[in-house]
Structures are given as structure tokens and as C-alpha cells.
Design a protein around this ligand. Structure first.
Ligand SMILES: Nc1ncnc2c1ncn2[C@@H]1O[C@H](COP(=O)(O)OP(=O)(O)OP(=O)(O)O)[C@@H](O)[C@H]1O
Ligand SMILES: [Mg+2]
Length: 292
């Protein structure tokens, strides 16, 4: 399939951008060797030409802060997803990954910061409108409707749409994408395996025809074969032009699928760059890939 202009541009940045310290990085991070490398070129470009940033970003998050009562889960994070990009957000338990996605979906309200999607602020946009506007979340733990059939779950994903004929056609597309679900259309979702439930959750989200698909730990609890299948599908969805924000504890898997990535630690983004550079960096190797 031919790449879109955005895809080509990001291929370019992926190949040419050095890994760079994120603005949120605490001062002691400056001792790391990668901090001496020149900053990501697009940053200075964005600073000089703000219009370029809006043109580039499908999603732009600036200084986002989210608290649960007294606990500050996100302490001011900034990141972007461009049209057609697959971006990974990696981090260990409790880093704030799910909090980030829930906030973007409109399920949590930020204490501070700006979130723009398709050039518009999401500040006052309720969760159901975000789905209609093309922001879809596949939640952690899948969240399938256990007492509904596979097909009813998928139909629920289209609840913001009223184009019945197109919904029917999309159902068939989902069964083509996930043949295993086609065999189980009438089965109650609660009786499916973990991997099959992940497929239902992904297909349900795709039924809203998202522009940006947010996936929260799709590999969690799955056998290696099923993880491989799910990640192949994620790549296929990305190749069809859907932008993806992929949250994973499995840093290697996520970075191998993504073009760029961000590392989230205790509510702060500490590192960002192209996936290749992040995979090769000492900091990521040590913290997430079991390197010395
Ligand atoms: N409902 C809640 N009430 C209070 N604190 C919460 C709540 N949900 C999350 N937190 C806290 O916010 C922080 C971030 O949690 P979050 O679920 O976003 O992390 P995560 O990166 O998704 O972790 P995991 O990899 O375990 O899913 C944690 O310290 C967590 O204890
Ligand atoms: Mg989580």
C-alpha cells in the first residue's frame, strides 16, 4: 500500500531524528550521554513556526496534569501523535499510562494542561462526542460486555453512528480482519478466551471508525502466539491509515511496532524519540529490556 504524505514524513523523521531528552526530564537526567545529542529537529521548527505544529498533529498534549484526590498521577506531560503515526507510550506499573488514555477519552478530567485533537481543544468535549469525532479507546482489561454476544458488542461500538448499511458493511470488515470472531458471532463475549476478548474490544473500537485508536496494554495476559496475532493486526490497522497511540508495559513489542515512542515514569515523560533509537538506548535497555 502506498504511504501517505504523513507516513513518508514520519519515516523521514524516524530515520533521521536522534533520540533526545524530553523537556520534562528531571535535571539529573542530563548526565546521560544521549542528552548531549542535538535536540529533535522538529522541536525548533515548531517553536519558530507554530502553524506547522497544528498542521502536523492529530493529537497534541501539553503539560497535562491529572490527580486522584491528593495523588498526582500525571505531573505535566507533553506529547504528540501525527496523522497516520503509530506512537508507543511505555512505562512500568503505576507510571500513569492508563490515566493518560482515560483522560484523552474524556473519562477523567485534567487539573491542568491542554489537549488538542484535529486542531480543536478537547477541554469541554464530553466522552461520547470524542468517540463520534474519531477518538476510540480499547481499555485496559478489554471491558467487553460479557453478557452480550460478539456481534452485539461490535454493534455497541457503532452507537454514535446512524448509517445502518455502512455499519453492516463494517461488521463484515471486522469479521474479515478477525476471522475467529466470525465463527463466534453469537457466542457470549464473557465466554471467549482472553485473546478473543481483546479482538472483540479492538473490533468494537474500530466500529466507531476512529481516526485515532488508543490501545491500553493489548498484550496483557495473552499467550505469545496470541500476542503476535494481536500485534500483526495492530500493524495492519496502522497500515490502513488509522493513527494509533499504543500503551504497553512490553516496551520491546510496542517499540518494534511503533515509529516513535515516549517513556513515562512516575507521571513524567523522561525520554522520547524514534523507536529504533529508544530500543537502542541504554536507559530503555536497562529499565525495560533487561539490559545491564
Ligand atoms: N482510581 C484511582 N484512585 C487513586 N489513585 C489511582 C487511581 N487510578 C490510578 N491511581 C494511581 O495513579 C497512578 C497511575 O496509575 P495508572 O493506572 O495510570 O498507571 P499505569 O501506568 O496504567 O500502570 P499499569 O501498568 O499497572 O496499568 C498510580 O500511582 C495509581 O496508584
Ligand atoms: Mg494501566
Amino acid at each position: 500500500m502506498p504511504r501517505t504524505w504523513a507516513g513518508k514524513l514520519h519515516d523521514y523523521f524516524s530515520q533521521n531524528s536522534p533520540i533526545h531528552p524530553h523537556p520534562n526530564l528531571p535535571p539529573e537526567g542530563g548526565k546521560e550521554p544521549w542528552c548531549r545529542i542535538k535536540a529533535f529537529p522538529s522541536h525548533s521548527l515548531e517553536d519558530e513556526q507554530p502553524w506547522f505544529k497544528n498542521f502536523m498533529s492529530l493529537l497534541s498534549v501539553e503539560n497535562l496534569k491529572v490527580s486522584y484526590g491528593g495523588i498526582q498521577a500525571l505531573k505535566g506531560i507533553s506529547f504528540e501523535v501525527a496523522p497516520g503515526e503509530l506512537v508507543a507510550l511505555i512505562g512500568s506499573n503505576g507510571a500513569g499510562k492508563t490515566t493518560t488514555l482515560k483522560t484523552l477519552a474524556g473519562l477523567l478530567h485534567p487539573a491542568a494542561g491542554k489537549v488538542s485533537y484535529a486542531g480543536k481543544s478537547l477541554h469541554t468535549v464530553p466522552a461520547h462526542r470524542r468517540v463520534r469525532d474519531g477518538l476510540a479507546l480499547v481499555p485496559e482489561g478489554r471491558g467487553v460486555f460479557a453478557r452480550l454476544s460478539v456481534e452485539e458488542n461490535l454493534q455497541m461500538g457503532a452507537y454514535t453512528r446512524n448509517d445502518a448499511a455502512e455499519i453492516g458493511a463494517d461488521l463484515e470488515r471486522m469479521y474479515a480482519l478477525f476471522p475467529r470472531l466470525a465463527e463466534r458471532r453469537t457466542q457470549l463475549a464473557g465466554t471467549l478466551s482472553g485473546g478473543e476478548q481483546q479482538m472483540v474490544a479492538m473490533a468494537r473500537a474500530l466500529m466507531s471508525r476512529p481516526r485515532l485508536l488508543m490501545l491500553d496494554e493489548p498484550s496483557m495476559g495473552l499467550a505469545p502466539m496470541m500476542v503476535e496475532k494481536i500485534f500483526t493486526t495492530i500493524r495492519d490497522i496502522s497500515a490502513q491509515g488509522v493513527s494509533i497511540l499504543l500503551v504497553e508495559q512490553n516496551a520491546k513489542l510496542a517499540l518494534e511496532a511503533a515509529q516513535r515512542g515516549y517513556v513515562l515514569e512516575s507521571g513524567l515523560i523522561t525520554l522520547s524519540g524514534s523507536s529504533g533509537k529508544l530500543l537502542g538506548s541504554d536507559a530503555v535497555q536497562r529499565a525495560y529490556l533487561g539490559g545491564d
